[in-house]
Design a protein around this ligand. Structure first.
Ligand SMILES: Cc1ncc(COP(=O)(O)O)c(C=O)c1O
Length: 339
């Protein structure tokens, strides 16, 4: 494997299934939509972060760490899964929750991910803002310093863009897994759709595909930053990942496709297209999307299909990156639904 030289903690249930969404494809009248079920990776309800954590925690264990520290939004799936991984591996864990999303109902702070975090019993710190990624990472490093003084061996899983993207290696592996599944099904696909946030998933999958000789385009829908900022982030992260797997030069600007049309009004905030995507996918397929990430990327895919971007004889893979626990933090998604 391209990632063999990196230490990895075995955490994920892989290969995740690749399934066809017949009803949704038919309803939209466009290409055949397949779903790569990375919502089924295991680790306290799963999601894309499991593959990423395998490499962060692999690095942590190789350095003798006994405590994991990380940061994220109040409804962070990454934080929930980091706690689960720590519990499974017998590590201590401290997390920091950032106030990134205004104007939500009380359940945002108590149900879904924060509920599961409490159930698994992590020490929770709070960080007043969610726009300052470096500040959030620095606060973790300050806490790590305190822990070191007490004899602990903390490891910070960072958030900001300029760190070594160990987590992307998990999506280099996913590219290999997906290409094998496609080969076994004799299936040619014309695009992969995913949500792009920290860009760890996007950069890793892109590098894995290109390193293995595949030119399948990746359509990344922004969940946190505008198109320009996200494109820069994906490119710089992908260049780092390409170097990490000893394939410098495989990524160029032409590989980066990002679209921020479904982001409005911002991170973790609802819009009509997102609500329609969540409801339609649940109704047609019994498949649960989430309000921050996969609902927006599905809204983006629906937009591309309904505006004729794809032909009906094409095949598209929707990477389901998880996140459904957050549905319980957004009871307003059901408002206006006929029951
Ligand atoms: C469910 C889900 N999907 C997608 C993402 C975005 O992935 P990445 O941060 O690797 O871009 C996240 C990140 O938190 C997530 O929790």
């Amino acid at each position: 494997m391209l990632t063999d030289k990196y230490p990895r903690a075995q955490l994920s249930h892989t290969p995740t299934p690749l399934e066809i969404l017949n009803n949704l494809s038919k309803k939209l009248g466009g290409p055949k939509i397949w779903v790569k079920r990375d919502d089924c990776t295991g680790l306290a309800m799963g999601g894309n972060k499991t593959r990423q954590l395998e490499y962060y925690i692999g690095d942590a264990l190789s350095k003798g760490a006994d405590t994991l520290l990380t940061t994220g939004a109040v409804q962070s799936n990454h934080v929930r899964m980091t706690i689960a991984a720590a519990r499974k591996l017998g590590l201590d864990v401290e997390v920091q929750l950032e106030e990134r999303v205004d104007g939500r109902q009380p359940e945002y702070h108590t149900s879904g991910n924060p509920y599961l975090m409490k159930l698994m019993g992590a020490k929770i710190h709070h960080y007043p803002v969610g726009e300052d990624e470096e500040g959030a990472d620095n606060a973790l490093h300050v806490r790590a310093k305190e822990l070191r003084k007490t004899g602990k061996k903390p490891y910070v899983i960072p958030l900001s863009g300029n760190q070594i993207p160990y987590g992307s290696l998990g999506y280099v592996d996913c590219a290999e897994e997906l290409l094998l599944q496609l080969k076994n099904l004799s299936l040619n696909i014309d695009g992969i759709v995913l949500p792009t946030g920290s860009a760890t998933t996007h950069a890793g999958l892109l590098c894995g595909l290109r390193a293995l000789g595949s030119d399948i385009p990746i359509y990344g829908f922004c969940v946190r930053r505008d198109q320009k900022a996200q494109a820069e982030r994906v490119l710089s992260k992908a260049i780092k990942v390409a170097e990490m797997i000893d394939r410098p030069g495989i990524i160029s600007n032409n590989d980066i496709w990002v679209d921020d049309r479904m982001l409005s009004p911002g991170y973790g905030q609802l819009n009509d297209e997102l609500l329609e995507a969540i409801r339609l996918t649940a109704f047609c397929e019994g498949l649960l999307l989430d309000p921050t990430y996969t609902g927006k990327s599905m809204a983006g895919l629906i937009h591309l299909i309904t505006t004729g971007h794809f032909r009906p004889d094409q095949n598209i893979v929707f990477l389901h990156t998880g996140g459904a626990p957050a549905l319980f933090g957004y009871p307003e998604i059901l408002d206006g639904e006929e029951n």
